[in-house]
Design a protein around this ligand. Structure first.
Ligand SMILES: Cc1cc2nc3c(=O)[nH]c(=O)nc-3n(C[C@H](O)[C@H](O)[C@H](O)COP(=O)(O)O)c2cc1C
Ligand SMILES: CCCCC(=O)C(=O)O
Length: 400
């Protein structure tokens, strides 16, 4: 493993990557990557919720071969795992998003590129060739800028638009406030140019106020340049009509990221999205919300109880369910699949792999996830991800 040649680093689980990444990153970068909002209750709960779910293994089921291949939006992934969008990856490694995209391609899983990338979306696409890539969209008050981003993602061969809906305002990340988070001078928000955007190096609240970009500046905005940026640039007025608008300007499948209730899952389906991404943004937005894995069963049930028939074929409309938050073990993925997820995303572990070893570090992290998932499947008596069923898990309130 390339990373083991690098400073005698021999990780045996994803937590080992996190510990070593912490040693290698600046305080500001580590604070930004690792932290959650406020008291970080939700951040911890994202992990703890997995511990309350028990597996129910079956035996004597020939698990000599395990099939992990999964179909996603008409494409194939070599496992039911995808890379979640995370901003500013050059804070982790000089090759940033390019290294992540190449690693995802090498492993055969989709990569989601953040709007807040430190590499232009075209460069990421070019460097990772035929790899499957989705573009994560933040909607800016400057609507034309948003339209341009979508057009560029289409032209560069991204296969879906992932609209993130849980950032109408910036969550309160106290590590960023303490560290006065900003981008170092050599990095920019590379999907924008300074002339049209005016803030590619992020901006302090005072600067934003001075250049008239508006916003309602609070204490947090004077301490975190990211907070000032988000609160002055993002459009906080989005509604369900925004989905209709998005669908009217792109032919790409639209995925809505940040769904946490059955009510919103049903609305998302009504508005014709291809998938919902059940997520609380890695515990970084509203502290006190449940873990995505906790709300997943009720979302799955609500969608099953109220099927919507496709008018032409009278077949139930199939909207996929993706989930993320606190996934650190192969068995976490198995639990998520059993509770109804079609795909499971990982955020921070990819950043830790990137910080530890660039592209190879991310390949190693994703390979470790694959190895753990394969073993969990074997030990649970399941030889194909398509066969993972609800019977494979027991929730805390269910009888043994
Ligand atoms: C450092 C960092 C940056 C993130 N940036 C984005 C982003 O730009 N867009 C987005 O939709 N989600 C973003 N997220 C949320 C992730 O996509 C994902 O929902 C979350 O990290 C999943 O939890 P996990 O880190 O426990 O796997 C970010 C998360 C982290 C940790
Ligand atoms: C919302 C701020 C930009 C990136 C992001 O989504 C995150 O840091 O969680």
């Amino acid at each position: 493993m390339a990373v083991s040649a690098n400073g005698g680093f021999h990780p045996i689980n994803l937590d080992d990557y996190e510990a070593t990444a912490k040693e290698r990153l600046t305080t500001q970068a580590h604070g930004y990557f690792s932290s959650g909002a406020n008291d970080q209750w939700t951040l911890r709960e994202n992990r703890e919720a997995f511990n309350r779910i028990r597996l129910r293994p079956r035996v004597l089921n020939d698990v000599s071969k395990v099939n992990l291949n999964t179909s996603i939006l008409g494409h194939t992934s070599t496992m039911p795992v995808l890379v979640a969008p995370t901003g500013m990856q050059k804070l982790a490694h000089p090759e940033g998003e390019t290294a992540t995209a190449r690693a995802a391609r090498e492993v055969g899983v989709p990569m989601t590129l953040s709007t807040m990338s430190t590499t232009p979306l075209e460069e990421v696409a070019e460097s990772s060739g035929k790899g499957l890539r989705f573009f994560q969209l933040y909607v800016f008050q400057q609507r034309e800028l948003t339209v341009q981003l979508i057009k560029r993602a289409e032209a560069a061969g991204y296969s879906a638009i992932v609209l993130t809906v849980d950032v109408p305002a910036m969550g309160r990340r106290e590590a960023d406030l303490r560290n006065h988070f900003t981008l170092p001078p050599h990095l920019t928000l590379a999907n924008f140019d300074e002339e049209t955007h005016g803030a590619t190096r992020l901006c302090g609240a005072r600067e934003a106020a001075r250049d008239g970009s508006g916003g309602d500046f609070g204490l947090a905005d004077t301490k975190s340049a990211l907070s000032a940026y988000v609160n002055s640039m993002y459009d906080g007025s989005l509604t369900w009509k925004t989905i209709d608008w998005l669908k009217s300007i792109t032919a790409l499948p639209v995925i809505v990221k940040g769904i946490m209730t059955p009510e919103d899952a049903l609305l998302a389906r009504e508005h014709g999205v291809s998938a919902i991404w059940v997520s609380n943004h890695g515990g970084r937005q509203l502290d006190g919300v449940d873990a995505p894995i906790t709300v997943l069963p009720s979302i799955k049930q609500a969608l099953a109880e109220k099927p919507v028939m496709e008018s032409h074929f009278r077949m139930p409309t199939r909207m996929a369910i993706w989930v993320d938050g606190g996934v650190r073990r192969g068995s976490d993925i198995l639990k998520a699949l059993a509770l109804g997820a079609d795909m499971v995303a990982v955020g921070r572990p990819v950043l830790w792999g990137l910080a530890c070893g660039g592209q190879q570090g991310v390949v190693d992290v994703l390979s470790m996830i694959r190895e753990e998932l394969t073993l969990a499947m074997k030990l649970a008596g399941c030889n194909d991800v398509k066969k993972v069923s609800r019977q494979l898990v027991r929730l805390a309130h269910e009888p043994v």
